[in-house]
Every structure is written in C-alpha cells, then in structure tokens.
Design a protein. Structure first.
Length: 707
C-alpha cells in the first residue's frame, strides 16, 4: 500500500497495525498466559520461562505474517540515540532449508557486543559485555525500512553482567518503581485502596523542516544539527505570522504521511501545528505511561527523520538550529495516577478525596525546590545552552507556576489569609472542597519552566533532541523521595490527619520560594530568584557536574535508582559528550569559514579592486563607494582570519587537556565556545557585505523560508 491508499483507508483500520499491542496479545495469547503477562507488566510477578516461550512464539508468528525477517533488541544507550542489532529469524535445517525460530530466551535477553558504547569507565571495571532485557510493559513494534524490509523491534533495557545500568531506560524503570512504592505508602494512610501508581507523560516535540538540497550544502547542519554561521534574514519571526498559521503544502504532505506511520505504530499523534519560528513545527501524541512515552518519543524522533527524507526534507531536532529565531524544546507533561484510574494531580470537586491532591502537590513543590539543580541537569545539553534564559525558553532558574487560585488555597492551608471562593470559606483537608480549576485559568503562564496546567505539570526545559528519560527519572525519584519522608512521618503519627495538615503547612511555608507566577523571561525575576536563594545554573557543564555530587548520590542510592558508580560514569559520559560536541562545532566552523567564507571574501575583494582600477582606466579616479566597500570587506576578512587563528589555538589547547573530563569540558565552554561567537560575528558581517551569488552556502533565507 502506498501513502495515497493509506489516506483512503479509515484510520481505525491501520491504527496500531505495527504494534504488538495489548489487544493483539489478548487475541493471540492463551488466556492464562495473557493473565500472567499482565501480572508481570504491573510488577506483581516475575517473568517465567514458560510465559516467555509462549509470548515469543506468538510475537514471531505475528511478525512473520507481516513480512518481518529480522528481530532486534531496541535500546537506548548513553549516546542518547537508540541502538539495534538485527538478527534474522532463520535457522537452517539439515536438509538445506530454513525454519523461522524465535525462542523465549531470545525474547528475554540479547547480548549485543556493546563494548563500543560509552560507559564512563564502568565496563572496564566489570565485565566486557552488556546484555539487554525485555521491557515487558512497552509494546514490541515493527519497523519498515524504505525498501520494504520489516524488523521486529523489542524495547529493552541495557545492563552490565553485574547489573549496572548502561542505558537511560533502566534508571527510568527503577524510578517508576520508587514513586510507585512511596505513593502507595502515602495513599494507604489516606485510606485509598490502590495497587499501583504510575506516572504518565505526554511529550510535545518541536522541530524544523528544511529542504534537503540546501541542507546537503551546509556541512555544519549535517554534522552538528545547527548552523554555526549565518546572518539573520531581513524578516525573521518578528511578525508572529507563523505561529498556528496555515501549514505549507509541502509540510502538510509530510505531516500526513508522518501521522499515518505513527498511527501504524500505535503512537497516538494528536496535534500538530506551526511553531513560532518560520519552518518550525510541533507534534504531540496523547500521553502514555512514562516508559512507553519515552520509547515512543524516541521512535517519533526517528520516524520524523525517516519520513522527512521521503519528502526530500530534513527534520532538524537540534535545540537551536538557527541563531536569531526561536529554537526547539520538548514540553514534558507529567502526572501521577493510580491503577484505579485516579489522576492524583486532578484537583477535582469531590470534597472527601482532596487530601491526596494537596499532599502530592506540596510533595512536588518540595521535590522541585530541593532537587532543582538535578532537574536543571536533566535539561542540559550543548544545544539547550543557546536557549535557556534567552527569552524564548524558560530561564535556567527552576521555578513553579501554580496560578493564583492554588496559591491562595495553599496560603490558606498554611495559616495565611483565608481562601475565599464563592461559598467556600475555610478549607479543611478531607472535609471541605476545592474548586475544579478550569484549564484556561491554570494555563496562562507560558514562561514558566514547571507549570501546573490543570491536572498535570508541564516541565518545559527539556531539550528537543534528547530522550525524555533523564527528566522523568529525576522527577519520579525526587518526588518519591519527598513522599517517602511524608510516609515516614504519617505512619508513626498518633493522629495522621493532624500530621497531614502540619506537613502541608510546613512544606508549603518552607518551599514556597520556588513558586513564581510572574514573567520568567524578565530581568527582575533573575534578581528576585537570587534573593530567594534559588540556584541559577547557567550552563551545561556546571549542570552535568551536579549528578555526581553527594546529595545526588544519596538521593538516587536511597531509592535504588542509580549507584554512586553509575552516577559518576554518567557524569563523565555527559561531560565528554559536551566536549566532543563543541569540538565538532568549532572544527566545522573553522573549516567552513576558512575554506568557503574566506575565499568568497577574497573573490569579492578582487572584484572590487578590479572595479576600482577599471574606473581609473576610464579616467574616474575618485570612487569613494567602492573604496569604502573594499576597505570594509578586507577589514572584516582580516578580523575573521584573526578570530579563526585564535579559535584554532584555543581548540588545540582544549583538546590537549588530560586532567579529567570536567577540566576539558570547562575549557571547551569557557574558551572554545566563547571564541566561536567572535568568529561568527566576523563571518556574519561578511555575509551582509558579499554579493548573494558569491556567497558559497545556502543562507537563512533559503533554509527558513524556502520550503
Ligand atoms: P498544550 O496546551 O500545552 O499544547 P495539551 O493539552 O494539548 O497541551 O497537551 C499536551 C500534552 O499533554 C499531550 O501530549 C497530552 O496528551 C498530554 N497530557 C494531557 N493530560 C495529561 C496527563 N494527565 N498526564 C500527562 N500528560 C497529559
Ligand atoms: Mg505545552
């Protein structure tokens, strides 16, 4: 079937056809096996080899019917990408034929030779091989390549033989376990009969589309995902005419196919619209359980790229592909709910059931305040350094937006001014009522990094290009930590109800400094935040360095999410990744400016000199315009050259540092990254002077407006 056939097919007929979903399992597995698998998925049982065998067989039959020849354990190593190693199902028989095989053992565990994945020293200390383990709660899916090949992908976690996490998934799953455990303790005291608590996530993904032909002529975009030079076009986003505007035909055709592909995978892509910058778009699927949402966001990013290529487009996921227009991020919508279907962040209007909302709310406030540097860390990468605090994204300061109504309620509960709303005068936990908060009342602040939006929190700092795993691991663990503290107090209190009120009042009073309902983009906020004692970690290197600090080690070890060794290895890997990224960016900048911009400037200088001597030959000795132009161009060419030389020196200095990953990353940030700005200014100035036809690479006009 091609795309046009698909468009004619009702969506419900193609939805999920490439997903080994719950519905498929229910249909294909014997009842008893299906039931057992459900118990494994919700954590009550361990996976037996018998169940694995039956599931593997059903999965194989399903995949073969759909044309699959290979399977792969699909995992997320610390490179931030997804990795896969394909094995075929074939097994030769003695009489020269093949049968297709896939055992329970092969489903549960794979052994990719993963020694070349980054491990920050972990693998050296332990075994030389890692293995992957099936994440039973995230549906297997089929991936179709452009030539029609089909591969069964099994979402997995990646661990060392001694059990150390080598990927982003293991800590995420452990953090989900932690928040489940601590939430259940708290809910039990509140008399709520639930068996499991999960966090749900809906990530909104921003991206740019550019024409492949232009992209191929921009080595900086190809190698780093962003333009390291390029002067702003006369028209940028200042007219605000792109946001929610009509989607261009070419982008629209791309999106139709993208949606179909996502729907086939069972990814409920729901909304799509133009974003603020020209050629920038957003896509948001309906939320899923945390680990599933994380897998699906990875898959969505992969699919974005794959489908764009079919339309001779390139999807840019980088946080800041273009200077001077907005960059891209990911809004991580996060909530906590029970297996009985209650969203614990839903204020609701049922009086008796409000205590849990208030308690979880203050737990989150405390968690965000106490572990703000770690949340900041989860949003740190080289790309996001261009955005945070640059008036297009939240500042690097973590704060919470609650909205006036919730603020007043919490004030009132902590002994402040009584809350007045209609006939509700006093709020008593568990006996009075909370108003249902209409979404439009809570969703007005677009500048907050962590905003309450009706029945969920929206963490808006997450970088567009990376996995959401880290952000959610930290959120889950931080909140679990505060809930554990609450549970300890409540479990031993003679009067839990009184204790609960005390906890709410105390926690709010101590941590309300993190609440800010004003404009986060303003200068005043930076000053105000400082006076409140909030941290402002302005760059990636400092942020990464937080995870290996004592308080972080204590937090993650307390909840069995990550060990000291695992954290130290992650810290090192991330610092190295930062240094490598800046190294590539600086190198490509040197190459581009030296080999393309500098010769173009020379060509123009020659042309101007020729013009001046031509005029002289015709008897016109006074040509101030051309002389002035010649002077300006050569002055800027010299400036560019000097700055390139300085950048080269700083780059080789940074490269030769061997006193540790932190020292090196600091040198890249302080020296190399800073100097890149000077090279850029000189090059971008030349771009405004040199005639268009002489400019060697596609311009911002091509990249941002021609689609
Ligand atoms: P916005 O107004 O920011 O565009 P939407 O209301 O469209 O936000 O939702 C954005 C994302 O939040 C979607 O992925 C949506 O599925 C998700 N979402 C909605 N409710 C919840 C919830 N309770 N928990 C987690 N995510 C949710
Ligand atoms: Mg949003």
């Amino acid at each position: 079937m091609n795309t046009t056939d698909f468009i004619k097919t009702p969506v419900n007929e193609i939805y999920g056809i490439n997903s080994f979903s719950d519905a498929v399992m229910r249909e294909r597995l014997p009842k008893s096996i299906y039931k057992e698998l459900k118990l494994v998925q919700n954590g009550s049982n361990r996976l037996s080899s018998e169940v694995a065998e039956v599931v593997a067989n059903a999965m194989k039959d399903w995949a073969l019917e759909k044309g699959a020849t290979h399977y792969t354990h699909w995992f997320q190593p610390l490179t931030g990408l997804t990795a896969e190693k394909h094995d075929s199902f074939i097994s030769p028989t003695e009489d020269g034929r093949v049968i297709m095989e896939f055992s329970g053992k092969e489903l549960i565990q794979g052994e990719p030779d993963a020694s070349s994945f980054p491990n920050g020293g972990l693998r050296a200390t332990f075994e030389a091989r890692g293995y992957t383990a099936w994440d039973t709660a995230s549906p297997a899916f089929l991936k179709e390549d452009n030539s029609g090949g089909v591969t069964l992908c099994i979402p997995t976690a990646f661990i060392s033989y001694t059990g150390e996490a080598l990927d982003l998934k293991v800590p995420l799953l452990r953090s989900m376990e932690a928040i489940n455990k601590q939430s259940l303790r708290v809910l039990k005291i509140l008399g709520m009969d639930v068996n499991r608590v999960v966090t749900s996530v809906g990530p909104e993904q921003e991206y740019f589309l550019v024409d492949k032909e232009f992209y191929d002529k921009r080595p900086d975009l190809m190698l780093t995902g962003r333009t390291v030079i390029g002067s702003k076009p006369s028209k940028g986003q200042e007219m605000d005419d792109h946001y929610f505007g009509a989607i261009k035909a070419r982008a629209s055709a791309f999106m139709s196919e993208l949606n179909l592909e996502l729907w086939k995978l069972g990814i409920a892509s729901k909304t799509q619209h133009n974003e603020v910058a020209p050629n920038q778009f957003e896509i948001a699927p309906i939320f899923d359980t945390c680990n599933v949402a994380t897998d699906r966001n990875q898959l969505l990013m992969e699919t974005l790229k794959k489908i764009a290529a079919r339309h001779d487009l390139v999807a840019l996921l980088h946080e800041k592909p273009f200077a001077g227009v907005n960059g891209s991020g990911k809004h991580n919508n996060w909530s906590i709910s029970t297996d009985t279907g209650i969203n614990l962040l839903e204020p609701g209007d049922n009086p008796i059931k409000n205590a849990h909302f208030i308690l979880f709310l203050v737990a989150i406030i405390k968690a965000v305040d106490k572990y703000a540097p770690l949340l900041r860390m989860s949003a740190a990468n080289a790309g996001n350094d261009h955005r945070l605090g640059a008036n297009e994204a939240p500042p690097a300061i973590i704060s919470i937006f609650l909205g006036d109504q919730l603020n007043q309620i919490l004030e009132s509960l902590s002994g402040g001014k009584k809350y007045k709303n209609g006939d509700v005068e006093t709020i008593e936990l568990g006996v009075s009522t909370l108003p249902k908060l209409p979404k439009d009342l809570t969703d007005r602040n677009r500048t907050s990094p962590f905003a309450f939006t009706g029945n969920k929190f929206e963490f808006r700092m997450v970088p567009s290009s990376i996995s959401i795993a880290n952000a959610n691991t930290i959120l889950n663990t931080a909140v679990a930590d505060v809930l554990a503290e609450f549970a300890d107090k409540l479990e031993t209190a003679p009067n839990p109800e009184e204790k609960l009120k005390e906890i709410v009042a105390d926690t709010y009073t101590k941590h309300k400094r993190v609440i800010y309902n004003g404009n986060n983009y303003s200068e005043e906020w930076v000053k105000e935040a400082e006076s409140r004692g909030l941290t402002n970690i302005t760059n990636t290197v400092d942020a990464i360095n937080e995870i290996a600090k004592d308080y972080s080690v204590e937090l993650f070890e307390r909840h069995n999410v990550l060990s000291k060794q695992e954290l130290e290895s992650r810290c090192e890997i991330d610092l190295e990744a930062y240094s490598k990224q800046i190294n590539i960016e600086a190198s490509i900048m040197i190459e581009l400016t030296k080999k393309q911009v500098f010769p173009a400037a020379g060509e123009y200088i020659t042309q101007l000199s020729n013009t001046i001597s031509g005029l002289k030959d015709s008897g016109i000795n006074n040509s101030p315009a051309y002389k002035k132009m010649l002077e300006t161009v050569s002055k800027n060419a010299n400036l560019l050259y000097e700055n390139i030389l300085t950048l080269e020196t700083l780059l080789s200095e940074a490269l030769s540092i061997n006193s540790g990953a932190l020292d090196q990353a600091v040198a890249y940030r302080k020296n190399v990254f800073t100097q890149m700005a000077n090279v850029r200014i000189a090059s971008d100035t030349l771009e405004t002077l040199i005639p268009c036809e002489m400019w060697p690479i596609p311009t911002y006009l091509d990249l941002l407006f021609r689609l």
